[in-house]
Design a binder for this molecule. Structure first.
Ligand SMILES: Cc1cc2nc3c(=O)[nH]c(=O)nc-3n(C[C@H](O)[C@H](O)[C@H](O)COP(=O)(O)O)c2cc1C
Length: 197
């Protein structure tokens, strides 16, 4: 069985919902299993520490999740056109894996949610790819053979799945956005299973 790490940060729930759908896409592929993980918030108070296990939701990720898994789907809310700090903080702690080339050759995909239609989805997705490329990961996007990519009137990009959540962050995922999350998870898992053979 090939585990695919679906690692996300979510403050108000939109990216968490996307992660759950990406995970369903992963699990639609025979031989693939999703491992959902999140990261704690970062704090401006240096002494603040989170419990090792969150009160609810996905467990916190550990570096060994990255090494044990055959692929990675990384999801973040857009923060000023970039990924959220808690995810960046976790990735900044992965230098040891980079030194060993532990992630080189593994497939990876990215997804994001924004408040507004033109609020920086592409810049977030592209910048999320940068540390993954430094790790030598093989980026998997969403091809235009997915019909929803041409049809969507909200989120969905060839760089990864995306969602426009609205200013109050309560707009549900559209059917096209859902299908593109599923397609991303499925494609990532298919590539991971093929590479593992
Ligand atoms: C500090 C901060 C910066 C943000 N920057 C952007 C932005 O650049 N563009 C945008 O459209 N939305 C921006 N948002 C809104 C979030 O990306 C959006 O609400 C997202 O859907 C939240 O995902 P979540 O529900 O998983 O936390 C920002 C929100 C915060 C708190």
């Amino acid at each position: 069985m090939n585990d695919i790490l679906v690692l996300y940060y979510s403050h108000t729930g939109a990216v968490r919902e996307m992660a759950q759908i990406v995970a369903r896409g992963v699990e639609s592929v025979p031989g693939a299993r999703a491992r959902l993980r999140t990261v704690p918030k970062v704090s401006s108070v240096c002494e603040a520490v989170e419990a090792d296990i969150p009160d609810s939701g996905s467990p916190y990720v550990e570096l060994k999740d990255l090494t044990e898994c055959a692929g990675l789907a990384l999801g973040s809310p857009t923060r000023f056109g970039n990924m959220a700090a808690p995810l960046k903080y976790f990735l900044d702690g992965s230098g040891g894996l980079w030194l060993n080339g532990a992630l080189a050759g593994k497939p990876a995909a990215v997804f994001t949610s924004t408040a507004t239609q033109h609020g920086g989805q592409e810049s977030t997705l592209l910048s999320m790819m940068l540390p993954l490329l430094h790790h030598g990961m093989v980026i998997v996007g969403v091809p235009y053979t997915e019909p929803e990519l041409s049809a969507t009137a909200s989120g969905g990009t060839p760089y990864g799945a995306s969602h426009v959540a609205g200013m109050d962050s309560v707009r549900p995922l559209s059917e096209d956005e859902r299908r593109l999350c599923l397609a991303l998870g499925r494609r990532l898992a298919q590539v991971a299973v093929k590479l593992a053979r």
